[in-house]
Design a protein around this ligand. Structure first.
Ligand SMILES: Cc1cc2nc3c(=O)[nH]c(=O)nc-3n(C[C@H](O)[C@H](O)[C@H](O)COP(=O)(O)OP(=O)(O)OC[C@H]3O[C@@H](n4cnc5c(N)ncnc54)[C@H](O)[C@@H]3O)c2cc1C
Ligand SMILES: NC(=O)c1ccc[n+]([C@@H]2O[C@H](COP(=O)([O-])OP(=O)(O)OC[C@H]3O[C@@H](n4cnc5c(N)ncnc54)[C@H](OP(=O)(O)O)[C@@H]3O)[C@@H](O)[C@H]2O)c1
Length: 442
């Protein structure tokens, strides 16, 4: 059957899907509502798809955050250990240029609805220039990202100050001289608390449990590269070792006035930050426990204390959303996500998810490997396992980490274990650094 494949999204996952399908001479169209390649990494002062801040640098270091077909050394050897959002945007755009992807991407195009009419028949409704049109494809590759639809917390009472989500937080300046409360213990919360504390009258941070804060460097090296040296060990031993190491290097949370950590390493998504503990010990960020209720401009906490505030910034994570599918067809927003290798559906073998996993590490190297398996599948060089349904169930019942049951923990993978599982599906010569030159209409 002649394939015609639709890719939704030209972020880091979408472009590597496009590149690798194109490498196999598959007829493919990629739609993105943006005007450029880069997805989350196209910072904007205004509300957009992107959730990065003016000051965001990644939390995974560059050696573990690169496509192997186009490394940071291939791009620009001077890139920092932890690149900024702008360096990443330029990296992704250079990847798209290098592999001649632009002519396959239709920008300013919203994928509004995807309906599966029959096996290998997708009716995709797109909006271009405010006009709706329908396109027919054999297969769908979903790369719409999972960090752009805010998950807002709910509390008894009403807050009369400004109450926003970290998706809308762009920079610290609007919070100058304000009394700010940041909610959450993830990477957004800690970054936002550190940044607002530079200009605010007072910044507090409310955690509903204790989190271990991991520094960006151990022994002068990026911490993930140090961690990678023990990646051959079973996860349980690695987690035990990481917990011990962090206790020795940083001490217990109570030394900082923070709640004690009751989880093992990996049981919550890791929070990586070099400045939060420093800011707390310099009296710039004030730890608080979970919120009890809101009343006017006062927030009451579960330990009986209260604070009068101007602004609350909820850094409470994002919803895994696919607004273009009918809810009764596919809805992963509350989990579980039973997809083999986090990409293959148990029943529909013409819809694929690339980048829809949450590694303890970087996403796009995994997206690159997923894309290569997908490309092989689409040209008949890789067979879907006959026990696909069992394998999909296993993804849910036997995850890499047994994490706490909160909404953000439905798609976690261990970076190294996941990579190994993906590589097992690929031939030894899987890298393809050379641009291919098939004609666009092939
Ligand atoms: C502040 C912040 C920092 C982060 N830091 C890291 C990090 O250090 N390391 C890491 O690995 N990950 C990090 N992430 C996670 C981030 O999701 C990934 O880095 C990466 O952006 C995932 O790429 P993606 O292509 O899957 O999704 P995205 O980058 O979100 O791209 C999705 C694309 O799909 C398009 N799209 C979506 N819906 C539609 C539609 N209906 N029609 C048309 N186009 C559509 C969007 O316009 C966008 O271009 C961070 C996230 C945030 C919010
Ligand atoms: N510098 C960077 O590279 C950077 C910066 C920001 C974000 N990121 C990445 O972006 C992704 C999203 O991160 P994120 O920090 O925005 O979201 P997140 O990882 O989902 O963290 C959300 C935090 O809010 C808490 N929370 C959720 N609902 C709550 C509620 N109702 N009340 C109180 N607390 C609540 C969660 O608690 P539980 O522990 O109970 O779930 C968690 O601590 C992650 O992959 C992250 O690594 C990276």
């Amino acid at each position: 059957m002649q394939k015609r494949v639709c890719i939704i999204g030209a972020g880091p996952s979408g472009i590597t899907a496009l590149k690798n399908l194109k490498d196999k001479d598959i007829d493919v169209v990629c739609y993105d509502r943006n005007t450029e390649v880069g997805g989350n990494w196209i910072y904007s002062d205004d509300e957009s798809h992107s959730s990065v801040f003016e000051t965001t640098h990644i939390i995974s270091s560059k050696t573990l955050s690169q496509y192997e077909d186009f490394t940071f050394d291939d791009f620009d050897k001077t890139v920092a250990d932890y690149p900024s959002h702008d360096e990443l945007r330029r990296y992704f755009q250079a990847y798209a240029k290098r592999f001649d992807l632009y002519s396959y991407i239709e920008f300013k195009t919203i994928v509004k609805h995807c309906k599966r009419i029959a096996n290998n028949e997708w009716q995709v409704t797109i909006i271009q220039n405010r006009k709706e049109q329908i396109e027919i494809f054999t297969d769908l590759v979903v790369c719409n990202g999972h960090h752009s639809v805010p998950r807002m917390p709910k509390y008894p009472g009403k807050f009369t100050g400004q109450f926003i989500h970290s998706h809308s937080y762009k920079k610290a300046t609007p919070f100058k001289d304000k009394r700010v409360l940041v909610i959450g213990g993830g990477n957004s919360a800690c970054d936002v608390a550190v940044e607002t504390s530079r200009v605010s009258k007072k910044t507090s941070i409310s955690w509903r449990r204790g989190y271990r804060i991991i520094p960006k460097f151990f022994f002068g090296l990026p911490s993930d590269t140090v961690g990678a040296r023990s990646s051959w060990l079973p996860i349980k031993i690695r987690s035990w070792f990481n917990d011990r190491l962090l206790n020795i290097l940083l001490g217990k949370n109570k030394l900082y006035g923070l709640q004690e950590v009751k989880t093992k390493f990996g049981e919550t998504h890791p929070t990586i930050n070099d400045e939060l503990l420093y800011k707390i010990r310099h009296g710039k960020v004030h730890p608080k426990v979970d919120i009890e209720k809101l009343d006017g401009n006062t927030v009451y906490f579960k330990d009986g204390t209260s604070e009068d505030l101007d602004v609350i910034i909820a850094c409470t994570g994002y919803i895994l959303k696919h607004s273009f599918f009918d809810k009764e067809f596919i809805d992963y927003s509350d989990g579980p996500v039973p997809l083999y290798l986090k990409m293959f559906h148990p029943n529909y073998h013409d819809v694929f998810f690339v980048g829809m996993f949450q590694p303890l590490g970087c996403i796009w190297p995994g997206s690159e490997l997923q894309s290569k398996i997908l490309a092989n599948y689409l040209v008949g060089n890789w067979k879907m396992p006959s026990n696909i349904k069992t394998l999909c169930e296993k993804e849910v019942t036997d995850p890499h980490y047994k994490q706490i049951d909160t909404p953000r923990h439905t798609i976690t993978v261990d970076y190294h274990k996941f990579r190994k599982a993906l590589l097992k599906q690929l031939p030894k010569n899987w890298k393809s650094k050379k641009p291919q030159n098939f004609s666009k209409s092939a």
